[in-house]
Design a protein around this ligand. Structure first.
Ligand code: NAD
Ligand code: ZN
Length: 361
């Protein structure tokens, strides 16, 4: 059962298919006018010096911000990127273009909003705290699974919490899906981010907040994830195209439902041990046979088939204080527990049970 009525937002425009990136310049030009005639490119620094850059239509008037994805998006960096943009020209940019995975797209989404909403981005972590629409934002996903390209959230780590900025404006205005860009994603990362999508579906389908709308998206997404990851010989481009669609559908499934046990625990790992979202979810899901038995079995099959390693023993050296911190971060994500177990979720899970799960990771 949903907490509150909400009317959900999706990106305004989608361009999908091989070679779509070649049309990025046309899409950017459509947004320019006499004064707002330049763009900001927020790009995963993996692509610096890579062939993809020859397809990026940046000009000398534009600002390029390279993103180091070794850490997840931080409110402090969002603020400093916003300051760079405001210092670049006396007029605002016509577009913000985010090119990368969930980390880079979340930066693009958040920075686009902070340009028009003065203040510290940490003060906007939460629901409906943003007042003004942001700069027109175009996202180009380069690895599939998070659904950040279609979600109403920009997940940020602030001084106090890992929590999304979420409102009607935290959505890209336009998304360009070009599966050829995914060819260079390494096997492990492709699996970790792909499993983020698979886990979104597992958590929404098994949750108490599921509706026919969320179910339809999650079922189709799940079917695509399984086609791709329960098959070792599928042509890579075909598989990447399928995972782009799976990511869109999985992102929508959690928009219309909610994530559950795995995400609540993986946020604990992210905040205390700085574990990345995709791999963090895999580390957690590896211990969740009890809560998602059917999906756990499939997850292990997919992992074995693709020969992917999931780190183990990462909490072995943790102090009791660190474990307790992880428990507190997870425990505070009430909406996730509520989705997983219903409004009386505290009867189904205790802090001790959560701590025991963390000890096994
Ligand atoms: P990422 O953006 O963190 O990138 C992971 C790695 O893949 C990086 O090393 C990156 O350089 C590399 N990479 C990306 N594209 C590549 C390519 N084409 N070729 C080679 N390497 C490539 O990964 P992610 O899993 O997409 O994103 C994780 C982030 O997404 C987390 O910060 C998480 O909080 C966020 N997230 C957001 C939402 C949302 O709704 N906004 C949902 C889920 C996750
Ligand atoms: Zn996720």
């Amino acid at each position: 059962m949903l907490y509150d009525f909400r009317s959900f937002v999706n990106p305004g425009k989608y361009a999908f298919g091989k070679g779509s990136i070649n049309h990025l310049g046309e899409l950017i030009d459509k947004q320019k006018n006499e004064k707002n005639n330049w763009s900001v490119f927020i790009i995963d620094n993996y692509f610096s010096g890579k062939p993809l850059m020859s397809k990026i239509p940046s000009t000398e008037d534009d600002l390029i911000i390279w993103i180091d994805t070794s850490e997840e998006p931080k409110t402090t960096f969002v603020n400093s990127y916003r300051d760079l943009i405001l210092a670049h020209d006396s007029y605002l940019p016509a577009t913000i273009v985010g090119i990368g995975g969930g980390t880079t797209m979340d930066y693009a989404k958040a920075v686009g909003l902070m340009v028009t909403n003065p203040g510290d981005s940490a003060d906007f972590q939460g629901l409906d705290l943003i007042k003004n629409e942001g700069i027109y934002t175009i996202c180009v996903p380069t690895v599939s699974g998070t659904g950040a390209e279609v979600s109403m959230t920009a997940v940020l780590s602030g001084p106090e919490k890992k929590l999304g900025i979420k409102c009607d404006y935290t959505i890209p205005n336009e998304v360009v899906f070009d599966p050829e860009i995914l060819a260079s994603v390494p096997t492990n990362q492709r699996f970790y981010t792909g499993m983020d999508c698979y886990i979104h579906n597992a958590e929404s389908l098994n949750g108490t907040w599921i509706t026919e709308m969320g179910k339809a998206f999650a079922e189709k997404s799940n079917e695509l994830c399984k086609e791709v990851f329960l098959n070792k010989d599928m042509d890579r481009l075909v598989a990447d195209e399928k995972m782009m669609v799976a990511s869109i559908m999985g992102g929508n499934s959690i928009t219309y439902a909610q994530v559950g046990v795995c995400h609540a625990l993986s946020y604990g790992l992210a905040v205390v041990l700085k574990v990345h979202h995709g791999v963090g979810n895999c580390i957690v899901f590896n211990q969740l046979e009890k809560y998602y038995p059917n999906e756990y079995k499939e997850f292990k099959e997919m992992q074995t088939l693709h020969g992917v390693t999931i780190p183990e023993g990462i909490t072995k050296e943790c102090t009791e204080t660190e474990l307790d911190q992880m428990v507190e971060v997870s425990w505070a994500l009430e909406h996730m527990w509520n989705n997983a177990f219903g409004p009386e979720w505290e009867k189904h899970i205790t802090k001790d049970m959560i701590k025991d799960l963390f000890r096994k990771m």
